[in-house]
Ligand binder design. Sequence first.
Ligand code: SF4
Length: 704
Amino acid sequence: MSVNYLPVNREDMESRGWDQVDFVLVSGDAYVDHPSFGPAIISRVLEDAGYKVGIIPQPDWKMTEEFQRLGRPRLGFLVSAGNMDSMVNHYSVNKKIREKDSYSPGCKMGLRPDRATIVYCNKIREAYKNVPIIIGGVEASLRRFAHYDYWSDTVRKSILIDSSADLLVYGMAEKQIVEIAAYLNDGLEVKYIRHIPGTCYIADSLEGVSSGYIEIPSFKKTAEDKTKYAEAFKVQYQEQDPVRGKTIVQQHGIKYLVQNKPEMPLSQAELDKVYGLSYLKDAHPMYERDGGIPALEEVKFSIVSSRGCFGSCAFCSLTFHQGRIVQSRSEESILHEAVEITNLEDFKGYIHDVGGPTANFRRPACLKQLKTGACKEKQCLHPSPCKSLHIDHQEYLGILRKLRKLPKVKKVFVRSGIRYDYIMADKSEHFFKELLEHHVSGQLKVAPEHISPKVLHDMRKPAGKTFEQFREKFFKINERLGKKQFIVPYFMSSHPGSTLEAAVELGEYLRDIHYQPEQVQDFYPTPGTLSTAMFYTGLDPLTMQKVYVPKSKTEKAMQRALLQFREPKKYALVHAALVEADRTDLIGFGPKCLIRPRGKTAYSDQNKEQDSGYKQNKQKNSVKSKLNKEQVNKDLLSKGRINKEHKKKIAEDSGKSRETVKNEKMRKEKHQGSRTEASGKATGKVKRMSPGKPSGKVKGKHSF
Ligand code: SF4
């Protein structure tokens, strides 16, 4: 027991002299008192506002008594699934159970239920009748409307309906939660708290809903008609603005979900205050015997410097959670936290990160965003930087310079994602140069995600040529600095819009830059993203244009394999993909070929030759490339021998029976101009991309 942590049991309460808490916060994550964890922020904000808060982290959801551990709270229960959606936390994009949960002690799985928010609320209702329940966090926030649920492959009702909670707070929620607490404390019944921005509630009728609301297609209509779903999503997306956003209502049976407009972002002073609260910056000692909480290790020596993102990548849900208006902490606040970090016992001299959703966004995209809201029909960076966009890295650079001069600091890294198109739009090179000189640990992770213009458009990502210009500048600056550093680019397969032809295009690009990722990030249709809406509806909700969506296991496996065409175990899939895409010109011995015909060159030899670079093999290739292409294709496809092998291999790779694969329709349509995509994170090892051949392995993660 530690008196400094908020109470987690009766003994903790007694040691504080409390016989009742005001709020009980139930969380799907272990209790970590660090501002990178949402429940820690909310509990400390309420404590700062004068409320008594207790925490029930990861209760056994089969036992009602677990929810009675701290007694009935005076004002209500707060429920969060944790820092991640519980389904994303539990399952990979292939819907297989993950091996680890880094938000649980010792990475142990199974300490929270599927759909944790709903399960916890039901249990609380069993434990206490008529106690106010307020839900929040990423899971509640991104499932606040009727939404497509990838794991059940259905449209589900708003989580507020399914959980029977009284209120839903969306976004970062500090302002909302303090306001709700004040009303409850004043004796107002929760059913009358209806007007707070950044909240949703259920109404019996539209009477009393503030005027000027927009009604979107109902749950029933969105579940039955994909076009209606896309229409509803477009309104949700475009009204996600605290300045000009309107109230949205959506009928669910005989009731209505009402979403008030988003809460205004915190001012710099407010944000400084939130991050300056008395966090212990550690996991509760009760987890020590199990090895602590691994998710803390990634953030313990990192500083959150900003919130919000105007990048608007289609596969990222951040727009729906933190919004487009960037908010940042002051230099003083950041430096103060840095000094605290340097005084931690286990600080080794390295600040691991100073960033946010996008490290190099430190201020709103333009002044207009604060006065009249972010543009409804226009993106700040896509397809190219807006003319009104304020581009300046000076303030961020100034903070980094001061941080690296602090006593005990050996190095300050920037590991949050950076937007390279924003860097390229900056006329000054100072930031890029100092980033590479001082804040990169040998490799810089960036996320071009794809190279096909159509796919990039559907992703709302910058054009491929911008990435090329960035690479060129990266290597030039490193040359000037006398440093040998590498770019680690992240690419995504099977995003909506990605046809097999587009995946081949990406494979060819990777061939040309001599880069092969060891693991590829497959699009993951997580709740609340534009890409997920494309995945479900086959439409781009913002344009209502059709979007091609790769969905079959076989096609997804082929798209993924094309990004790793040098791997021997992917050979059959790559071959099948090239045949399917009518690109057998890429099967052969020429320098541009992705794979060679089997039987002409031993597998291991072939791979070795490719990995050692094209130059060395030029002579060999020039002889072999004399083979007539048609003859090679004929060889490959003759007598069904090769196809048979491929199908067997595909069956193994995609976990399907041979018969299933045989019968599977092999994409007869010719992928006419379609595109879509999704999100997720890559955690695997990747080879570095250097000016020369790929070498070495590094661990990385995808960041928004
Ligand atoms: S004017 Fe440009 S920078 Fe400002 S919100 Fe609109 S698109 Fe973004």
